[in-house]
Design a protein around this ligand. Structure first.
Ligand code: FES
Length: 136
């Protein structure tokens, strides 16, 4: 009798763990983060990011990146992929952002070019005042 009760408890525990391990990625997929995010201000000097270069930063505990797009200016994007949350990386040679987990590719405006991500990367408000870039 005790053995049967123990096995039932063990099965219930394993079933719960399995359910959570499938449900969590599904919930993340269905409800990705919003496109615009609130952010505290952060400032950098323009000469810290020459044309074609990018700089990884952290905004409100979220990994982000500022890119100086040739001919288009600066943009601040979250690095958190809208698929399952891996961190995208800047590919200077190809002029895009690549997610290492499932090969999602975003353009430098944060829009999805290919792969499974359902939405664009979150864009943070950014403005340039003189020689200073202000995010937030
Ligand atoms: S987590 Fe980025 S493509 Fe899957």
């Amino acid at each position: 009798m005790k053995r049967r009760k123990f096995l039932k408890s063990l099965l219930a525990l394993l079933g719960s763990t399995t359910l959570v391990s499938f449900a969590y990625p599904l919930v993340r997929f269905i409800a990705p983060p919003s496109r615009k995010a609130e952010v505290k201000r952060l400032s950098l000097q323009k000469n810290e990011i020459p044309a074609g270069e990018a700089r990884e930063i952290v905004l409100n505990n979220t990994p982000a990146i500022i890119i100086n797009r040739p001919g288009k200016g600066y943009i601040a994007l979250s690095r958190v992929c809208t698929h399952l949350g891996c961190l995208v990386g800047y590919n200077k040679a190809k002029g895009n952002l690549i997610c290492p987990c499932h090969a999602g590719i975003f353009n430098l405006d944060g829009k999805v070019l290919s792969g499974p991500p359902p939405k664009p990367l979150t864009e943070y408000p950014l403005r340039v005042e003189g020689e200073t870039i202000i995010i937030g």
